[in-house]
Ligand binder design. Structure first.
Ligand code: TEU
Ligand code: CA
Length: 564
C-alpha cells in the first residue's frame, strides 16, 4: 500500500518515550529500573507503539539526570546490569518492539576519565578532548550563559584556563574539532548498534560545532549572560560531522535517528534530515515549545495561542512536504504535561487530552508519546521548592529569587507551569501506595492525583485517553493517507478550531480540532462537505451520521473524517 522503502520503517512507527528513572521500580529503592521496563513491555505493546526511546541509562553521577555520562558502555547500577539491558532488548525484539537509546555526546560528565585527565595538565593526550580557552582581555572567553544558570566557562587552576560547558559545569563540552573525539563517539555508537539497538535520539546534536571566533551572544529575557546559540547552534562544521558519522557508522545499520536541535528553523532542519544529504532521519524542533515563552523565557506562566500553534505546525508540515520528515511531539522529559499546557486539565482533561492526541497523530511525521501522556497525566504543583529535584528548576528558583527579587508565589507559579519535573513524577500505574510505581520511597514525589489518573483506571474504562490513543495508533496502521498523505490547512482563519486535510490519490482525511471551552459552529468547506464521509474517530459520542455542511463543536472536540 505504501511507497515507502523498507528501511523507512520509522515513517510508519509511533515512538513511546520511557523515562527509566520514573517508569517502574522493581527492587524498592524508589528508582525505576530496567527490570521494571521489561515488566511493562506488554503495556507498551497493548498501546500499539512500535519503538521505545529510553532516556540515558548509562553510568552517570546524575547531576543532570543521566545527561552527564561518565561511562558510555556501562549501565547505571540504579537501573540494573548490562545483562538486564540485553534481556530488555531481546524481549522487546521478540515482541516486535524496537529500542532506541539517547546518545549524549555534545558533552560528557566531568567525572568521565577523559575529562579527569584533560583537566590535570596542559600536556596530555586528553587535553584536546574538551574546549579550553584563556581569559580574553581579563574577562571570560565569551559572555555566554549556561542553560542551567551562570557562565558557560569554568576556570581550572591546575591548567590556568577555562573549559566550556553549555549546560551544568559538571557537563564539559567535547571538542568535536578533534578527530580522535569523533572516532571515540563512533566507537561508542558501534558498541550499542552491534548489540542490536534500533537507533538513537541524539541529545543537542546541533551544538557540536562551535564558531571558531567564539562570538559573544545577545543578552535577552532579563538574563545577565548572553545566549550561546549564535556561537554554538548549527555551527560551521556540524553537517560535515554528521555526514561523517552517517558514512562511518549509521549507514552500516538499519536504524532510525532523531536529532534534538534547539534553535533550529525548518530550513536548517532540512539540512539535517533531507535523506539525500545522509545525515539524520528527523529532528526535534522547539518552535511550538517556545510559543508560551515570555518575559522570563521558558519560565513564564502563559498560554500559547491556538493560531500560533497552527501557524508553526503548518509551517513545518509544508517545509517537510517533499524532503525531510517531521517528528511530532507535545512533550518529553524536559517539558510540561501537554494537557496542562495546551489543554484544560481542570474542566476538560479527558476531552482536551484526546483532542491534542488527534491533532498530533493525524499530522504527517513520526509521533512521539511521552510516558503518561496516553493516560492524560497532568502537571504537578508542589508547594515547596525542596520537593523538586531538577537542576534547572532549582537554578531558576535561585536566579528569580536572588537576581530578579521575585516573590515565592510568582516563582512557584512559573515552576508549576514549566518545571521539567512535571514530566518526571513517577508513572501512575494504579491507586495503591506510590501509584504502584515503587514499594520504597520514590526519588521524586508522585502527583497526588494518581488515585484518579492511573493506568489501572484507564484500562478499565473504554472511554479513557488510553484507548483513544490506541485507536489513533491503529488508524495510522490502517490508512496509508495518515503516513503519506499531503498536508493542507483548511479554514485557516477560524479563531477556535485547527483543521486540516491529508490527501493522497484515493482518499482525503479531514481533521477538525477545537481549542475552545465553549460550543462553536464550524463550517466545513463546501467541496469537502459534498463528499461521502465516514467518521473515523471523535472524542465525543453521537457524531456519526451528521450532515457535514455545518457542524457544531463541543468544548475541545476533535473529529477525523475519511472523505471519498
Ligand atoms: O536538552 C537540551 C535543551 O535544549 C534543553 O536546554 C532544554 O531546552 C531545556 O531542558 C528546557 O528547559 C537536552 C536534554 O533533553 C535535557 O534533559 C538535558 O538536560 C540537556 O540536553 C543537556 O544534556
Ligand atoms: Ca529500582
Amino acid at each position: 500500500m505504501s511507497k515507502l522503502k523498507k528501511s523507512d520503517w520509522w515513517k510508519k512507527s509511533v515512538v513511546y518515550q520511557v523515562y527509566p528513572k520514573s517508569f517502574k521500580d522493581t527492587n524498592g529503592d524508589g528508582i525505576g529500573d530496567i527490570p521494571g521496563i521489561i515488566e511493562k513491555l506488554p503495556y507498551i505493546k497493548e498501546l500499539g507503539a512500535d519503538v521505545i526511546w529510553l532516556n540515558p541509562i548509562y553510568k552517570s553521577p546524575y547531576v543532570d539526570n543521566g545527561y552527564d555520562i561518565s561511562d558510555y558502555k556501562e549501565v547505571h547500577e540504579d537501573f540494573g546490569t548490562m545483562d538486564d539491558f540485553d534481556e530488555l532488548l531481546k524481549k522487546a525484539h521478540e515482541m516486535g518492539l524496537k529500542i532506541i537509546l539517547d546518545l549524549v555526546v555534545n558533552h560528557t560528565s566531568s567525572e568521565h576519565p577523559w575529562f579527569k585527565k584533560s583537566k590535570e595538565s596542559t600536556l596530555n593526550q586528553y587535553r584536546d578532548y574538551y574546549i579550553w580557552k584563556h581569559a580574553k582581555n581579563g574577562e571570560l572567553p565569551t559572555n555566554w550563559g549556561s542553560s542551567f544558570g551562570g557562565s558557560t566557562w569554568e576556570y581550572v587552576d591546575a591548567v590556568g584556563q577555562y573549559y566550556l560547558h553549555l549546560f551544568a559545569k559538571e557537563q564539559p563540552d567535547l571538542n568535536w574539532e578533534n578527530p580522535k573525539v569523533r572516532e571515540e563517539v563512533y566507537e561508542i555508537m558501534r558498541y550499542w548498534l552491534n548489540k542490536g539497538i534500533d537507533g538513537f535520539r541524539m541529545d543537542v546534536i546541533n551544538l557540536i560545532s562551535k564558531k571558531p571566533e567564539y562570538p559573544n551572544g545577545e543578552v535577552i529575557n532579563r538574563k545577565i549572560y548572553g545566549s550561546y546559540y549564535d556561537g554554538a547552534a548549527n555551527g560551521p562544521r556540524v553537517h560535515e560531522f554528521l555526514n561523517e558519522m552517517n558514512q562511518k557508522v549509521l549507514s552500516h545499520y538499519d536504524v532510525m535517528t532523531v536529532g534534538e536541535t534547539p534553535h533550529t528553523n525548518a530550513d536548517e532542519a532540512l539540512l539535517y534530515c533531507d535523506a539525500d544529504r545522509k545525515e539524520l532521519d528527523m529532528v526535534f524542533h522547539f518552535d511550538h515549545m517556545h510559543l508560551d515563552y515570555g518575559p522570563y523565557g521558558k519560565f513564564t506562566d502563559k498560554k500559547a495561542k491556538m493560531s500560533d500553534l497552527r501557524d508553526v505546525l503548518s509551517h513545518w508540515q509544508y517545509k517537510m512536504a517533499d524532503k525531510g520528515w517531521n517528528s511530532l511531539y507535545w512533550s518529553n522529559h524536559d517539558q510540561a504535561r501537554p494537557v496542562s499546557r495546551f489543554g484544560d486539565d481542570v474542566n476538560y482533561r479527558v476531552e482536551s487530552a484526546k483532542m491534542l492526541g488527534t491533532l498530533l497523530h493525524m499530522l504527517k511525521g513520526t509521533p512521539y508519546i511521552f510516558e503518561g501522556e496516553e493516560i492524560g497525566m497532568t502537571n504537578v504543583r508542589f508547594q515547596s521548592i525542596a520537593d523538586y529535584d531538577d537542576i534547572e528548576t532549582h537554578n531558576i528558583y535561585k536566579e528569580f529569587n536572588e537576581v530578579h527579587h521575585l516573590d515565592h508565589e510568582f516563582i512557584m507559579a512559573s515552576i508549576h507551569a514549566k518545571s521539567r519535573d512535571n514530566a518526571r513524577t513517577p508513572m501512575q500505574w494504579d491507586n495503591s501506595l506510590n501509584a504502584g510505581f515503587s514499594e520504597g520511597t520514590p526519588w521524586l514525589k508522585l502527583n497526588p492525583n494518581y488515585t484518579e489518573i492511573n493506568v489501572h483506571n484507564a484500562l478499565g474504562d473504554k472511554h479513557s485517553v488510553f484507548y483513544y490513543y490506541k485507536k489513533l495508533i491503529a488508524l495510522r496502521k490502517e490508512y496509508d493517507v495518515i503516513v503519506n498523505g499531503d498536508y493542507q490547512l483548511v479554514c485557516e482563519d477560524n479563531p477556535d478550531a485547527y483543521s486540516y486535510i491529508r490527501k493522497n490519490d484515493k482518499e482525503t482525511l479531514l481533521v477538525i480540532c477545537s481549542f475552545s471551552t465553549e460550543e462553536q459552529p464550524f463550517n466545513v468547506p463546501e467541496d469537502l462537505a459534498a463528499k461521502e464521509n465516514s467518521l473515523l474517530i471523535s472524542n465525543y459520542d453521537g457524531n456519526e451520521d451528521q450532515e457535514l455542511c455545518k457542524i457544531s463543536l463541543k468544548p475541545y472536540e476533535a473529529r477525523v473524517y475519511l472523505l471519498k
